[in-house]
Ligand binder design. Structure first.
Ligand code: BGC
Length: 954
C-alpha cells in the first residue's frame, strides 16, 4: 500500500542525534548498526559485525527508494516529464544494474496487475538509476501515476518489482486554476507607514495585523473517488477540511520573490470528504510576504494585502468532476491568533477560539465578506522542494529562576523552531515566552544579539485544566526559553522544544574516537537544520534570516553530506535565478528583498558554484542545463566589469573574507580568485553539457585570469598580496598557481598557521577551503592540528564555551571579553561549518570520483589522536561507508560500496590483506583488484559490496 504524501512532513529518516526521536531510516532498517554499537565502533569484531548485520542485502539486485523529481511520492507536480530515480542494492560483490523496466499506471490495481497503461518503458538496457524522464502518454492536470520498477543484475537476472510509488500532476494548463485570490483587509492599517524604521526598537505586543480565518461550506452530492486540495498564499496558509488541519507542514507555500512566482502545495484529501455537508477553512498569516524582514524595521515587504487561494479538485465515483475553490462566497473573521510575525513572534488568545469554525454547520453569519483579487500577479507553480516540518523534539534539561517569577528552561541544544507550551491558568492569564541562544552571566537570557527581533510569544489562557499551544506562523533560534506569567513554577512538561526545518532527509553519519569532533559534527548538523528552512538562511534568530548567497556558497557542499538537499536547492536556485540582475550579477540574498542586489565576489559566485556543486553531487544534468545560462551571464558580467588585463575595476562591492581573525585578505585578490573560479566551473559545465566551444572559451578565460592573478599578486617567492591564510587558500584551492609557486605558497600558508601557534585566521571564504587545501598540499597533519585545537580561534574553542551549533564568528563569546558586538553575533550560522566536507573526505575518506558519486574514492587519512572513525554518506546511488580502526600498528578498514558503482580504495600502510570472509590476499579477493602499490599505501579497485582490509601503519 502506498503511503500518500498528504503534505505531511514525516522526517522518517530523521537523524537521531541529540533529539529523542527514533532513527527509522531505511538504511538503519537494512542493517546499519544500532547506536550503542555505533558509538563503540571499536574492535575488529565490530567491523565484521557490519558484514553480518545486513540480512536484507543478501541475494541479487533489488531496487529501493523510488523517487520522483527527487521526492518521495510527491503530489501536484507541474513538470511535463517528471524524472524517476531509485537505488539498487545487493548483498553480492560487484553487482551492477544491466537493465530496468518502469511501469506507470493510472491506478493501483492496474499497477498491481502489471499493466502500465500510462507507460511501460519495456526492458531498457541501461545502468541508469537516476533522473529517468517519464516517457509515456502525455500527462494532464490531476493525473495520478502509480509506478514501480524492475531491475536486472549484471548476469541478466531480474529482480522483483519495487514497492509501488506515486506521483500526481498538479494544475498544468492555463486556466486550470479557477479559484480566486481571497483575503480581507479590514483589520489591516493599509495607510499606515512602516511600523518602525532603521534602528527602531522592537514593537510592543499586539500592534501587528492579525492573521485572518477564512471558511466556506459546500455540499457534495455523491460519493468521491479521489480528491486533491491545492493551496497557495501571498503570505502563509494553514488549510483545514471538515474540522481538521490538512497540512502538518509549516510556512506553506514557502518563500519566493512573490513579485515573480509563488508556489502551491497539493494534499490528498480523499478520505476527509463526505457525501453531504463539508467545510473548507484556512488561516492566512503575513509570513515572508508581510512580516518584518531583515533589520530595517520594515513590514509589508512584498505587499500589504495577504491572500489565500485554494482549489479542491474532486473526482466522483461516477467519473464526473467538480472543483470547489476560493471566491467571493467565502467568509472571513479574526480568530485566536492575534499576531504572527517571523521576527516578532506570535500571540494567541485562547478565549477567542471559535469551536467548529472549520467544520460544517458552523454559524458564520457574524463573519465578514472577503475581497477577491491580489495586488501582485506572480506565476503560480508547484513547490519543487521539501516542506518545512518538525525535525526534532527537545525537553528541558535544566530549569532556573534567575529573577523571582522569571523562569529559564534550557533545552540543551540550539535550534530553530518553536516552544510548545503546556499550562493551566484562569481565563485571560497572560504567559510570555522569550527566546535566546545564550545566557547572561546572571542566568537571564541574552537577547542583545537578536537586534530588533522581539522574538516573543504570548499566550492568553482559555481557563481549562490543561492547555497546550504552539505557534504556527513564527519561529525563533534558541536554546533557552524564558517563561513569565505562570500560575505555578514550570516543570519539564511546561515546555517542549520543537525543531523546525526543511524536510531534507538525513543522509550522513559521523562518529570517531574524539568526543569533541563528534560534538563538532552534531553542532554542524544542527546549524544546518536550523538554517535550511525553505531557503538556506544566514541565521535563524536575529532580525535577518535571509538567503545570503555567500553563506549558501561556502556551506552547500558540506550540507550535501548531512542531508539530501537536492530538491531543496533545486528550489533555491530558482530563487537565485529570479534575483539575477539583467547585467548578470547575482544578488546578496535570494529571494530578493530588503538587501541590495549586488552579491559581489564570493557571494554572487554561488550562481556558478551552486549548479556545479549540485551536478557533482547528484549528477543532475537538467538542473545544470537550466542554470548554465546564468553561470555564463555572471562570468560575462565580471569580464565586463574588469580591466582589459582581467583585473578588478577601481571600485567594486565585496564583503571580503567576512569575519576573519586579524587577517584582511585584499578584496582585489578575492575578486580575481573567484572570477577565475566561476570561469573555470562554467567551462566545466559547458563541457559536461557537450558545448565544447564554450568550454574552450571559458577555459581560455580562466587561464587569462590565472595569469593576471600571478602577475598582479604573486611574488617570485610565492608570497601572495595580503599574505593571509585565505589568500593562499584561494590560490591553491582554485588552482591559480604553477608548480613551483604552489610549493612556495603552500609553505607560506603552513608558516602562517605555525606562527599563530596552530591556529587559523580565516573568515567565511577562507574557512571553506582551508582544510581541503591542507589536504591537497599533503599537510593533513596540520589539518588535524587545527580540528583538534581547542584554544581561540578554533571550532574546539567554541565547543569548550558550550557551543551546540556553529557560531557566526570565532569570538562570539570569549572568557576575556564576554559577548562580541551584538550587532553581528549569531550562534548559529553555516559558513564556518563547511569543515564537514573535510571531515567526511579525509577522516572518513569518502569522496566523489565522478558526477553523482557514480565512481567513489575511499581514501581515509588517519591522523591526529584518532584511533577510530566511522563515516557514512547515502549518495544517490546508495549508502557509502568507511570505518577504520587503529590498534597498535594494525589498521583495519571496512568499506561499503553501493551496487552499480565502483570505487578506488586507498589503503594506508603496508602488508595489506583483505580479511573479510575470504581471508585471501588482496590480489585474490573477490571483487578486489590491486591497481598499484604506492609509497605508504595500496591502491585498489573494488566493485560494490562490503570489504574489510587490514594493514600495518608505518
Ligand atoms: C549575514 C551574513 C552575510 C553577511 C554579508 C551578515 O549580516 O548574517 O551571513 O553573508 O551579512 O557579509
Amino acid at each position: 500500500m502506498i503511503r500518500f504524501n498528504t503534505g505531511r512532513v514525516s522526517f522518517s529518516r530523521i537523524h537521531s542525534m541529540e533529539s529523542k526521536q527514533k532513527d527509522v531510516s531505511p538504511t538503519r532498517k537494512r542493517g546499519k548498526l544500532p547506536p550503542s554499537l555505533e558509538r563503540r565502533a571499536n574492535g575488529l569484531a565490530l567491523l565484521l559485525a557490519l558484514l553480518a548485520s545486513c540480512p536484507a542485502l543478501a541475494g541479487a539486485l533489488q531496487s529501493a527508494l523510488p523517487r520522483c523529481e527527487y521526492l518521495e511520492n510527491p503530489l501536484g507536480l507541474d513538470v511535463a516529464q517528471p524524472r524517476l530515480s531509485w537505488i539498487v542494492e545487493s548483498g553480492q560483490r560487484d553487482q551492477k544494474q544491466s537493465a530496468y523496466r518502469i511501469l506507470v499506471a493510472s491506478n493501483q490495481a492496474m499497477l498491481a496487475r502489471g499493466q502500465g497503461d500510462r507507460w511501460d518503458s519495456g526492458k531498457v538496457a541501461s545502468s541508469d538509476t537516476t533522473a529517468i524522464p517519464y516517457g509515456g502518454k502525455p500527462l494532464t492536470s490531476h493525473h495520478r501515476c502509480f509506478w514501480k520498477v524492475q531491475v536486472w543484475d549484471k548476469d541478466d537476472n531480474p529482480s522483483a518489482w519495487s514497492a509501488p510509488a506515486l506521483w500526481s500532476m498538479g494544475l498544468l494548463e492555463p486556466g486550470a486554476w479557477q479559484a480566486e485570490w481571497i483575503g480581507c483587509d479590514k483589520w489591516r492599517r493599509l495607510d499606515a507607514p512602516p511600523a518602525s524604521g532603521p534602528g527602531a526598537k522592537p514593537p510592543t505586543a499586539l500592534i501587528l495585523p492579525p492573521p485572518i480565518y477564512l471558511r466556506k461550506d459546500f455540499r457534495l452530492p455523491k460519493a468521491v473517488k479521489q480528491a486533491t486540495l491545492y493551496a497557495t498564499a501571498l503570505g502563509l496558509c494553514d488549510v483545514y477540511l471538515n474540522g481538521a488541519r490538512v497540512n502538518e507542514s509549516r510556512f506553506d507555500p514557502g518563500w519566493t520573490d512573490y513579485t515573480k512566482r509563488v508556489y502551491y502545495r497539493a494534499y490528498d484529501v480523499t478520505d476527509r470528504l463526505h457525501v453531504g455537508a463539508n467545510a473548507l477553512g484556512a488561516v492566512l498569516a503575513d509570513g515572508w510576504y508581510g512580516s518584518y524582514l531583515g533589520w530595517r524595521g520594515v513590514r509589508d515587504n512584498y505587499g500589504k494585502k495577504p491572500r489565500f487561494r485554494g482549489q479542491l479538485h474532486i473526482e466522483y465515483v461516477d467519473g464526473s468532476f467538480e472543483d470547489v475553490g476560493t471566491g467571493p462566497a467565502w467568509k472571513a473573521s479574526l480568530g485566536p491568533i492575534r499576531e504572527a510575525d517571523f521576527l516578532m513572534g506570535e500571540a494567541y488568545d485562547a478565549r477567542l477560539e471559535q469551536a467548529g469554525w472549520n467544520a460544517p454547520a458552523f454559524d458564520d453569519s457574524a463573519w465578514s465578506p472577503v475581497v477577491t483579487g491580489a495586488e501582485l500577479h506572480p506565476v503560480v507553480q508547484h513547490h519543487p522542494g521539501p516542506a518545512v516540518g518538525v525535525c526534532g523534539l527537545f525537553r528541558p534539561k535544566r530549569i532556573t529562576e534567575p529573577k523571582k517569577g522569571t523562569y529559564v528552561l534550557d533545552l540543551g541544544q540550539n535550534f530553530a523552531g518553536v516552544a510548545r507550551l503546556q499550562v493551566a491558568g484562569e481565563p485571560g492569564r497572560k504567559i510570555t515566552l522569550r527566546f535566546a541562544e545564550r545566557l547572561n552571566p546572571d542566568g537571564t537570557i541574552y537577547t542583545a544579539n537578536l537586534r530588533t527581533a522581539r522574538a516573543t510569544d504570548t499566550y492568553f489562557c482559555r481557563g481549562s485544566q490543561t492547555e497546550v499551544w504552539e505557534p504556527r506562523f513564527t519561529f525563533h533560534g534558541f536554546q533557552y526559553v524564558e517563561v513569565t506569567g505562570l500560575a505555578d513554577p514550570p516543570t519539564p512538561a511546561t515546555i517542549t522544544g520543537i525543531a523546525l526545518g526543511s524536510d531534507t532527509p538525513s543522509c550522513g553519519s559521523f562518529t570517531c574516537s574524539d568526543p569533541m569532533l563528534n560534538r563538532l559534527h552534531t553542532n554542524i548538523y544542527w546549524t544546518q537544520r536550523s538554517n535550511y528552512l525553505d531557503i538556506p538562511t544566514d541565521c535563524p534568530q536575529r532580525d535577518e534570516r535571509l538567503g545570503w548567497t555567500g553563506d549558501a556558497q561556502v556551506f552547500m557542499r558540506a550540507a550535501t553530506l548531512n542531508a539530501d538537499v537536492q530538491a531543496f536547492f533545486t528550489k533555491w536556485l530558482v530563487d537565485l535565478e529570479d534575483g539575477q540582475r539583467t547585467d548578470g550579477e547575482f544578488p546578496r540574498v535570494a529571494p530578493l528583498k530588503v538587501v541590495r542586489d549586488n552579491g559581489g565576489p564570493g557571494w554572487a559566485d554561488v550562481g556558478a558554484i551552486g549548479p556545479w556543486t549540485l551536478y557533482e553531487v547528484y549528477g543532475d544534468r537538467r538542473l545544470l542545463e537550466r542554470h548554465y545560462p546564468g553561470m555564463t551571464r555572471l562570468v560575462d558580467y565580471r569580464l565586463k566589469q574588469c580591466t582589459p588585463d582581467r583585473l578588478p575595476p577601481a571600485e567594486f562591492h565585496c564583503f571580503g573574507d567576512w569575519l576573519s581573525v586579524n587577517a584582511d585578505t585584499p578584496k582585489d585578490v578575492i575578486f580575481t580568485a573567484y572570477f577565475a573560479r566561476s570561469a573555470r566551473l562554467t567551462s566545466l559545465a559547458a563541457l559536461a553539457l557537450g558545448k565544447s566551444e564554450e568550454a574552450a572559451k571559458y577555459q581560455a578565460l580562466f587561464q587569462q585570469i590565472r595569469a593576471a592573478f600571478n602577475k598582479a599578486y604573486v611574488a617570485a617567492d610565492g608570497r601572495i598580496k595580503g599574505d593571509t591564510q585565505t589568500a593562499y587558500v584561494l590560490a591553491l584551492a582554485f588552482d591559480l598557481l604553477d608548480g613551483p609557486k604552489q610549493k612556495l605558497a603552500a609553505a607560506h600558508l603552513v608558516e602562517d598557521i605555525e606562527r599563530r601557534g596552530g591556529h587559523l585566521s580565516t573568515g567565511f571564504l577562507g574557512t571553506k577551503d582551508l582544510m581541503l587545501t591542507l589536504a591537497k598540499i599533503g599537510r593533513n597533519d596540520l589539518a588535524y592540528r587545527l580540528i583538534e585545537q581547542d584554544t581561540f580561534p578554533s571550532w574546539g574553542f567554541t565547543i569548550k564555551q558550550g557551543a551546540t551549533t556553529i557560531w557566526e564568528r570565532w569570538d562570539g563569546w570569549t572568557p576575556e571579553k564576554g559577548f562580541q558586538d551584538p550587532g553581528l553575533n549569531s550562534f548559529s550560522q553555516c559558513p564556518l561549518a563547511g569543515v564537514y566536507q573535510w571531515m567526511v573526505e579525509n577522516i572518513g575518506g569518502i569522496r566523489a570520483d565522478g558526477p553523482g558519486y557514480s565512481k567513489i574514492l575511499i581514501a581515509p587519512e588517519p591522523g591526529g589522536k584518532l584511533t577510530h572513525a566511522a563515516v557514512s554518506y547515502r549518495s544517490i546511488h546508495g549508502r557509502i561507508e568507511s570505518r577504520w580502526q587503529r590498534e597498535g600498528a594494525w589498521f583495519t578498514l571496512a568499506v561499503v560500496i553501493p551496487a552499480n558503482t565502483t570505487a578506488e580504495v586507498h589503503l594506508p600502510g603496508r602488508m595489506q590483506t583483505p580479511i573479510a570472509k575470504s581471508g585471501k590476499a588482496l590480489a585474490q579477493a573477490e571483487g578486489v583488484k590491486l591497481l598499484r602499490q604506492e609509497v605508504g599505501r595500496a591502491v585498489l579497485s573494488v566493485g560494490s559490496g562490503h570489504y574489510v582490509f587490514t594493514s600495518t601503519l608505518e
